[in-house]
Design a protein around this ligand. Structure first.
Ligand code: PDD
Length: 276
């Protein structure tokens, strides 16, 4: 089952117009929200970010918090798996002709949910590879927009190169991953790019920072250079679907001689405890 414009229907029965601006222009925003043990994880934070994305592109939020909660809860009721990843997208809606500018339209709301297959701690401890690429995206990466062509190209490259993620840099400073936020540890201090128009402010990023405080790790929300990335003591990426994933190889070179760091261990454990 999926949710489309106020209806719960089978996915193969769901249709949208070719004049939907989400289809024509990628004119829409989205959220991905994890569900653990049938409980939506940090729903309010996701809905606040959704509101910020909608406000930035002048799309009206079709539902209030309670309505969102009721829709998502009802949708989850159709699934057996207790760990889910909700995909929610709102496009500007259907217009009568293809025109860049817009009038007030009724937004198209599409929601589906899929089993969330998080990796075990043991599997994460194997470490993952990434490569770096210049950040060619626009200067509003804070908007969780469905216009994702650059990210699509990056992820295809990751697949072809058999790596987990593409780490992006602008003016020699690491911004984020193509689908994640990036963190390094140097001299027992956590560094991550500050929230700005150059990164998406990850909900998991916030929880990593919360976990770091609980682990008594000093935090610097300042950007770091490509060189600092290469000589980091630890390197992780975070997202709602990947949680906190250690990266032990970048551009073919080992980070921390390929070892998983102790700080990741503490942060990972604390993050897991937040699910309860
Ligand atoms: N991506 N930065 C980018 C560019 C992202 O696409 C994502 C998430 C994040 C992390 O945000 P969060 O912690 O709120 O998931 C950062 C989702 C999972 C995706 O598009 O698949």
């Amino acid at each position: 089952m999926i949710f489309l414009n106020n209806e719960f229907i089978e996915k193969n029965q769901a249709h949208i117009s070719v004049m939907d601006r989400g289809f024509l222009f990628g004119d829409g925003v989205y959220e991905i929200i994890p569900v653990y043990n049938n409980k939506i994880f940090h729903l309010n934070a996701h809905l606040l970010r959704l509101q910020a994305s909608l406000d930035s592109v002048k799309i009206k939020n079709p539902y209030n918090l309670k309505e969102w909660y009721n829709i998502l809860s009802k949708l989850l009721g159709f699934y057996d798996n207790k760990e889910q990843s909700i995909y929610l997208q709102i496009s500007r809606g259907v217009s009568d002709k293809r025109k860049y500018s817009f009038n007030d339209l009724t937004p198209t709301v599409y929601i589906e949910s899929n089993p969330l297959l998080t990796k075990t701690k043991q599997a994460l401890k194997a470490g993952f590879s990434a490569i770096t690429q210049p950040d060619i995206r626009w200067h509003r990466c804070d908007i969780k927009s469905t216009s994702l062509l650059a990210n699509v190209m990056y992820l295809q490259q990751a697949k072809e190169k058999n790596v987990e993620e593409i780490i992006l840099y602008r003016d020699n400073q690491v911004t984020e991953g193509a689908t994640s936020n990036v963190f390094i540890i140097k001299n027992n201090t956590l560094f991550t790019h500050p929230t700005s128009a150059h990164i998406l402010s990850g909900i998991t990023r916030d929880l990593v920072l919360k976990s770091a405080r609980a682990c008594h790790i000093p935090i610097k929300e300042t950007s770091f250079s490509m060189n600092e990335l290469n000589i980091a003591d630890e390197l992780w990426i975070s997202s709602s679907t990947r949680e906190i994933m250690p990266i032990t190889k970048v551009d073919g070179k080992l980070i921390n001689r390929g070892n998983i760091g102790n700080i990741w261990n503490c942060i990972y454990d604390y993050y897991q405890s937040l699910k309860n």
